[in-house]
Structures are given as C-alpha cells and as structure tokens.
Design a binder for this molecule. Sequence first.
Ligand code: 5CA
Length: 438
Amino acid sequence: MRMSEYFLPTLKENPSEAQIVSHRLMLRAGLVRQTSAGIYAWLPLGLKVLRNIERIVREEQDATGAQEVLMPTIQSADLWRESGRYDAYGPEMLRIRDRHERDMLFGPTNEEMITVLFRDGAKSYRDLPRNLYHIQWKFRDEVRPRFGVMRGREFLMKDNYSFDLDKAGAIRSYNKMFVAYLRTFARMGLKAIPMRADTGPIGGDLSHEFIILADTGESAVFCHKGLVDKDILGRTVDYGADLQPIVNEWTALYAATDEMHQVERFATEVPAAEQLSARGIEVGHIFYFGTKYSKPMNAVVAGPGGEQVTVEMGSYGIGVSRLVGAIIEASHDDAGIVWPESVAPFKVAILNLKPDGGAVSAACESLYAAMGAKAVETLYDDRDVRAGGKFADMDLIGTPWQLIVGPKGVAAGKIEIKNRKTGAREEVPIEQALARFG
Ligand code: 5CA
C-alpha cells in the first residue's frame, strides 16, 4: 500500500479522552475512531490487525475440529425466555422491538441460539461430540464503557459451544479449548495465563479466564511466577490424544482472579519469592456448565440404548477486538506500537527519504514491486514529507521492519534495515534486503 493513497488519519497529539496507552495509540495511529460511547469504527489499518487476529483464532479453532458457523446479531427475546435468562440478564442487554411489536435483542452472547440450532439438528449420540464457533459482533450495554476497544459496548467475540454425551466428554472438549487458547494467545506474542475464574451470568462450576499481565488491566490477579514464561508452542499438540496432562501442567500452580482468590491458599502454596500479585486483562474465558441451557431448552439426543440424554455443554469466548488493545498494552514503547509479526498490519515498511522521482524513488519502486511479487504486506511511504515525520509515523504505526532508503545508500547500492522492536539498524545491499523477506 502506498501511504500517499492510504486512508490513515494519524494524530500528532495525545487525544485527551484516552486514559490508557493502547487507546491513545489506537487513535493516534489511525486504527479506530469512536462513533458513540463504547462503539468504534475500524479504519483500514485497524481492520487489518483485527483480521489477522481472527485468522489465528480460526486456524487454532479449526485445528481442534471445531466448525465455523455464523449466527445473527439480532435475536428473538423468546429464545431467552426459554432459558429463563431474558429477565435475569438485566440492563446490559440492549432490548429492541420490531415493527410488529415483537421483542428482539442485540445478542450479548449466543448460548440460547446455538442450543436451539443444535437441538433441532441433532437426534442421536452419533451426532456428538460437536463444537461450533462463530466470530460475530456482540452488544453489552456496559455501565462504564472505557479504555477504547478493551471495554466497549459493541465488540467482536469468537464464541464457541461444545456438545457432548456426558461429563467426561464435556471435559475433553473443555481441555481442547484450554490448549487451543494457550496456542492462540502465544501465537499473538502474548503470555496469557489461565486462572480459575468466576462464572458470572454464563453459569457453571468450572471456568478459566485467560489473563495477560498489564498494569492497566481491570482485574486484580494472583499467581505463581512460574506460570508467566511457560511455553506451549515448543511442543506438538495432538487433539485426538488425552490433553489432561497439559491442562494439569498449567493448573498445578496457583493462579486465580480476584473473585476466586483464596488468601490463605496463596500464602501456603506459593513461596513468597514466587508470589505475583498483579493486574491483568481478560482476553479469553472458558466455561463448562453441563446442562444449564440444554435442560430448560430440552436439547436431548437418543443415547446408545435408546434412552433420552440431555447434552452436556460448555462455551468458550475470545475477545477478538479487545485483543487489539491488549496486544498494544503488552507491546509498545515511547514512540508507538511494536506489532508482533503475526498480527502486524504490514510486515515491512519502505521509507523513501527523497521522493522526487529520482534514483531513490526508482530504488523504492523496485523494492515495493519485488515485495508485492513475494506477497509480503508492505507499506510504502512515498509521501512528500520530511524524513523526521516519516520516521515518527512509522514508529507510531509499529511495522516490524523498516527499509530506509536514502540518496547516500542508494548511490552505494545499499539500504538500511531497522528492526522496530530492538531498534537495531544495519546497512545491507538491496538484493540482500529483499532476500530476507517472503
Ligand atoms: N458466552 C461466553 C463464552 S463464549 C461469554 O460470553 N464469555 S465472556 O462474557 O467472558 O466474554 C468472552 C470474552 O469477550 C471475554 O473474555 C473478553 O475478552 C471479551 N469481552 C467481554 N466483554 C467485553 C467488552 N465489553 N468489550 C470487549 N471485549 C469484551
């Protein structure tokens, strides 16, 4: 993409409404704009990041055997009357009425709808287990939407729902999601720690929140330091095998959110030097809730002996739009965003320091064309602005690699490569620079 043609409204000053760094940087780097309290429009650069996050989420869900569906945002109130949650959900639910005076709502979550879809489509134990997910906008009329996309009213969530014949099967499904979540967040460059959590309005008695540590996090969290650097990507995961040993490894050490924290257990189980009391951002939340929805909504199948079995369920959420903010909280510096390569909107940037149509421009054009031929996502700063402004904008945007092309270098057949994260710079022959990418 040529920056001269790109819709990228960056801001030089810190917007006064933003209290935390990720919100400030998302506004300054032109990723989003607020359109109403807690509701955001995604601009081209922000949308690319959101799509990259979705891609990783999809790949990891598909690897577990989960199947993608797409349910609507607008739901009928009758569905929620069936489960008994219509009145219980309270003012966070945005209730609307259509022209025929029918009560509708903008979905805050989809347990009811998926339970009905499954109930109407599955007849016997042979239709189990199943795990269905979608990535869809949700609306929760939060009392205090804040911190930009971190606590919005409209937000993008990946939510899935598992259906099993018995509790043992449901725990296997839960474990698959547990491991898939570890992998998903690790691939985004995040250290997400699973912590025992409260189940809130979703219900059930087994639940983990996936938390990344950040001073600006909304929850107080307590855990054993040994969990912070545990690595999942270094091993192969077989979703057909028993995953309980991996789950046990991650749950053996103490980790709990504020609501589930047990002061005495923490003190006795975790040596003082290993105790970590911090703040965290919840990027995912998984629940096993048995028959909480299947029972009132009559989601039953015929068991192997012909008997009626009420299916066992769990639900699993990832805050896709929240993750954009969370990743920035975890990865930025004074100059701006430092994107992990896996989610970066562009992997490479080309900075043309003499955009006058001469030799430097020619070198940039051929580099840009070569990157395009290799399908390397490249942002080319071909604008007629001074070098200082280009450096500042590119650092703010956070592209992992900057190729800096100036007259002296080009005369010697060289360009400078800067690593955004480390700040390391090296001068390399143009051909060599090209070979590094793609
Ligand atoms: N149905 C279940 C699991 S699918 C559910 O709704 N779980 S949840 O309430 O915990 O939400 C799942 C994830 O969505 C959270 O972990 C969080 O990352 C994200 N999320 C929740 N509320 C908001 C919000 N107001 N703004 C942005 N993201 C949110």
